[in-house]
Ligand binder design. Structure first.
Ligand SMILES: [Zn+2]
Length: 304
């Protein structure tokens, strides 16, 4: 009797395993469906600050590759010459994430040559500061932390719309990164709001958004076009401004070393500090936060 029972048990078990196995097979989706779901997505970013925002937004999204189109040593994108290699990189991608506000001067070429490429515009709904005289819109949006927050939200929303399957992850990442940026902004206000001297002198038109955010006054911009040294008259004018206002600190940029800064420093006794507009640096998710933190410490030291 006991032997018959064990046999029966074994038969039942085997039948159960067979049913389980066939059920598993039945659940395997057709291979075409699987391919669509896991299709790899290639996203190209136009330059460094947009790359940093995008790697934060795409964190943990499966099968996404983010490529920065320009070398991080290139400096500001308004000086950039678009190359045939860039066109090739973009033609192999599905999405191009741009800063907007005119800094990608080659967009007409991109849109006409690769009409199927989806464009993300990070400048959406950000108020633009117009340049002086013949200069157009100032494109250095990302140098203000509030703008950087709006830009990463724009990127998150537009990527979620273009890749709806992973919308939840893009949205979560956008909220997380915004939280880090907001925390930094609050700390920078705490550190910089009480400083008495608020005049700064910079070396290219990259700081108006930053200055507006932290209520600093850009008394002069020494070298408007990177690579072009100021004339003797412009130098004399700047030296006069510095002496007149008793300005003690000049801010050069790591990407644009300038002989002019040293000349002015020698003439006026002002010190030269480095303020970083985040157009180059390590290709790491926290780089924007770290560079801005460095700027905060530099300003604290320079303006005390
Ligand atoms: Zn620039």
């Amino acid at each position: 009797m006991r032997k018959q029972l064990s046999l029966l048990l074994i038969v039942i078990l085997l039948a159960g395993v067979a049913v389980f196995l066939s059920a598993c097979q039945g659940q395997t989706p057709p291979s075409s469906e699987k391919t669509t779901a896991d299709k790899p997505l290639t996203i190209v970013t136009s330059f460094y600050p947009i790359y940093l925002a995008t790697i934060n937004i795409t964190k943990d999204v499966p099968d996404v590759t983010v490529i920065n189109m320009t070398q991080p040593t290139t400096g500001c994108l308004h000086d950039y010459q678009f190359t045939p290699d860039d066109l090739k990189t973009l033609s192999e991608a599905q999405i191009f994430v741009t800063n907007g506000a005119g800094v990608e001067s080659f967009m007409d070429k991109v849109v006409s040559q690769i009409p199927e490429l989806k464009i993300v515009d990070a400048s959406k709904s950000i108020p633009i500061i117009e340049g002086d005289g013949e200069e157009g819109a100032n494109p250095h949006l990302w140098v203000s932390i509030s703008n950087a927050i709006q830009q990463e939200k724009n990127i998150g929303q537009q990527l979620a719309a273009l890749d709806p399957e992973h919308a939840a992850q893009y949205n979560t990442n956008a909220v997380t990164y915004a939280g880090k940026l907001e925390e930094l902004r609050a700390r920078m206000h705490q550190t910089l709001d009480g400083i008495e001297k608020r005049d700064i002198i910079t070396f290219h038109e990259s700081f108006p958004y930053f200055a507006r955010e932290f209520n600093l006054n850009i008394a002069a911009v020494i070298e408007r076009e990177p690579g072009s040294e100021p004339s003797a008259a412009e130098l004399a004018n700047t030296i006069e401004i510095i002496r007149g206002a008793g300005i003690k600190a000049l801010f050069a940029e790591p990407q644009y070393p300038s002989r002019a800064a040293e000349t002015i420093a020698n003439e006026t006794g002002a010190n030269v500090f480095i303020l970083d507009p985040v157009v180059s640096g390590p290709m790491e998710a926290d780089a924007y936060l770290n560079i801005m933190e460095g700027n905060m410490k530099t300003l604290q030291e320079a303006l005390k």
